[in-house]
Ligand binder design. Structure first.
Ligand code: NAP
Ligand code: MG
Length: 496
């Protein structure tokens, strides 16, 4: 079974439909630049219909039992399983991901996340009910919030859609998702699968269109109670202002440090750095971007990374032999190329890559695996998010300097420390200000554990039961247990 990628980009109230906008969004194959889908964007009326559908279904969905939600989410995971191969093909087509990545990571990881929340729906936790005052019993209710307006980026389209939608609906909320307009296809397939699984109409809605129009109308809609956003820090900042007064969840950019101490297994660190810098063509918010290597091992590390980068096969994403596919768009390719050009002009040295490949790759949005040294810590290439296959390596002298350099950017999403010394590892884990610190690895994520940032990388957690805290509101119910009319505390008012 193959899916026609040229599907309507909206799914509202359980029904696929065409947007009413006059502008069209375009989905292109990043490997060739060919348009694979061009459809009308969602307009203001579509946004309103989607929010209305979500608002209407909230009344019933929020009253389903955890067991009922769990059963439906399990069926949803099973429906996705039956279309796993198509999901991987479409993800590769729209995002340019190597097929080994989509079929081995994006799709199974997403399905596992759906299955995780099917179980987690029955495990919402809170403080125990008790007599915290002698005269009352207090209990906690963890309630869903209402309609969640979710906005997702293009780098892991299916996974980001799942991370946004699943904790929300597992907790009894309903969702309107706006995927990135260049990668909406698997989000629409996800919503289709929800309908096939029997999830009531209106619980999961998808509207495709640009951020500036469709996204902005969703954020501002008065019936959207919470805005959940994953994307860049500048857009997150705009959304925070536009959504003032609403609950917010922001998963923003990253600039992950990769700290290699002199006692590290250098072979492991070299393999880890290249894999973690190039995964998804570097378009990963937790990608290794800045390697800090203790000076005595620095030359060996740089040489090892260069040699390993030479073996990376850049090519067509559909080819199982491909290690690194294209970037997602011509715009992203120009963005990455601009960063490397400015780094060069700034005096940094490009040891490998640093160019757009020619020949048969020229029509796609490719960029070579790139290794940069001799950059200044304060320079743009070290401080700002490139979101491409670019690793910068810098030396350090002592442990305190390594930690200080690792913390010296506005971001704080993820980091790793490479050492065989348990004390160094524990110190790095404690001192690095990031939502995840890996020890002797960099990239793996798991449904049971939270993902989310410090500092300019945002706030709130995706995945894991911690995400329920984002998509639920805690209510305190305090019940008098004395039956007395004139209560003790009334003395503060009545005097006698
Ligand atoms: P982006 O440009 O910030 O866009 C993200 C989403 O926001 C897209 O759907 C975009 O719509 C929409 N948008 C843009 N302006 C908007 C507005 N004014 N109002 C409402 N929505 C608006 O990010 P991107 O380029 O797609 O993705 C890359 C970024 O995502 C990187 O910074 C990366 O670090 C971050 N990211 C973070 C995490 C995390 O968990 N922390 C995970 C993945 C990615 P369009 O369709 O028009 O683009
Ligand atoms: Mg964008």
């Amino acid at each position: 079974m193959t899916t026609d990628p040229d599907l309507p980009g909206l799914h509202i109230g359980g029904v696929p439909r065409e947007g009413g906008g006059t502008e069209h969004y375009e989905v292109r194959d990043p490997a060739t630049g060919r348009v694979v889908s061009s459809r009308p964007e969602a307009d203001v009326r579509d946004v309103d219909d989607a929010v209305r559908a979500a608002h209407t279904s909230f009344a019933d969905w929020s009253r389903t039992t955890p067991a009922e939600r769990s059963t439906l989410l399990s069926r949803w995971a099973a429906e996705l399983d039956t279309v796993a191969a198509e999901l991987a093909d479409i993800e590769t087509l729209q995002a340019g991901k190597p097929i080994r990545l989509s079929s081995g990571f994006d799709v199974p990881g997403s399905i596992d996340n759906v299955a995780f929340f099917a179980g987690a729906a029955r495990n919402l936790e809170g403080r125990s009910s008790a007599e915290y005052s002698p005269d009352h019993t207090s209990s906690i209710r963890r309630e869903p919030i209402g309609v969640i307006g979710s906005i997702a980026p293009w780098n892991y389209p299916l996974q980001m859609a799942v991370w946004k939608i699943l904790p929300a609906v597992a907790a009894g909320n309903t969702v309107v998702l706006k995927p990135a307009e260049i990668t909406p296809l698997t989000s629409v397939m996800l919503a289709d699968a929800a309908t096939r699984a029997g999830i009531p109409a209106g619980v999961v809605n998808v509207i495709t269109g640009s951020g500036a129009s469709t996204g902005a109308s969703l954020v501002r809609h008065p019936d959207v109670r919470m805005v959940s956003f994953t994307g860049s820090t500048p857009v997150g900042t705009q959304i925070a202002a536009a959504a003032a007064g609403k609950r917010l969840h922001l998963e923003l950019g990253g600039k992950a440090p990769f700290v290699v101490f002199d006692d590290a297994d250098l072979d492991a660190a070299i393999n880890g750095a290249v894999a973690a810098a190039l995964i998804n063509t570097g378009q990963d918010c937790t990608a290794a971007t800045r390697a800090y290597v203790q000076r005595s091992r620095y030359d060996e590390f740089v040489a090892g990374v260069a040699t390993l980068m030479d073996t990376v096969i850049v090519g067509a994403p559909g080819d199982p032999a491909t290690d690194q596919g294209p970037l997602v768009s011509r715009r992203q390719q120009q963005h990455v190329a601009g960063f490397v050009e400015r780094a060069r002009a700034d005096g940094a040295r490009v040891v490998r890559g640093g160019a757009i490949p020619g020949g048969k790759l020229a029509e796609g949005y490719y960029y070579e695996p790139t290794l940069i040294v001799d950059a200044d810590q304060r320079s743009e290439i070290v401080q700002q998010e490139v979101f491409g296959p670019v690793l910068v390596v810098l030396p350090f002298d002592d442990d305190a300097e390594a930690i200080a350099l690792a913390n010296d950017t506005p971001y704080g999403l993820a980091a790793s420390a490479w050492t065989r010394d348990v004390y160094r590892a524990q110190t790095a884990a404690r001192e690095i200000a990031a939502g995840c610190v890996w020890i002797n690895d960099h990239i793996p994520i798991i449904s049971e554990m939270p993902h989310g940032g410090y500092k300019a990388s945002g706030y709130g957690k995706d995945m894991s039961t911690y995400s329920f805290e984002e998509y639920t509101v805690v209510k305190h119910v305090m019940s008098d247990i004395t039956g007395i009319a004139r209560k003790d505390w009334h003395r503060t008012v009545f005097g006698r």
